[in-house]
Design a protein around this ligand. Structure first.
Ligand code: PRE
Length: 101
């Protein structure tokens, strides 16, 4: 059926977008690993509230300009940032991993 071809084509497009999204998430996490190594070397605190505020604010402005629900992007970034904080904490050594204080 014509509709099935259309759906298949759209899902093919969606699959490519999802792979890009997953690679982008990985690239963001990898970048945060580099940031954490830099913070550890230079004794910079993991938690940077001003930076987190900036990231949320940029997403809120993007949501408004792109007609995406702002609360959706806020929740998405809360999840993403909580994971980067967890990973950075492990690298910096504040969680007791590997017997560190
Ligand atoms: O910009 C930083 O310093 C980061 O470590 C990145 C990031 C983020 O995920 O955006 C994570 C933790 C910080 O507290 C602030 C922001």
């Amino acid at each position: 059926m014509v509709e099935d071809h259309t759906l298949e084509a759209l899902r093919g497009e969606l699959d490519k977008i999802d792979v890009q999204l997953l690679n982008t998430i990985k690239a963001r996490l990898d970048c945060c690993v580099q940031i954490a190594l830099h913070k550890r070397e230079h004794h910079i605190p993991m938690m940077q509230p001003n930076r987190i505020h900036f990231v949320h604010e940029r997403a809120a402005q993007f949501a408004e300009a792109s007609h995406i629900r702002a609360d959706f992007l806020r929740q998405l970034y809360e999840l993403i940032i909580s994971e980067t904080c967890r990973v950075e904490d492990i690298i910096i050594g504040h969680t007791g991993v590997g017997g560190q204080p």
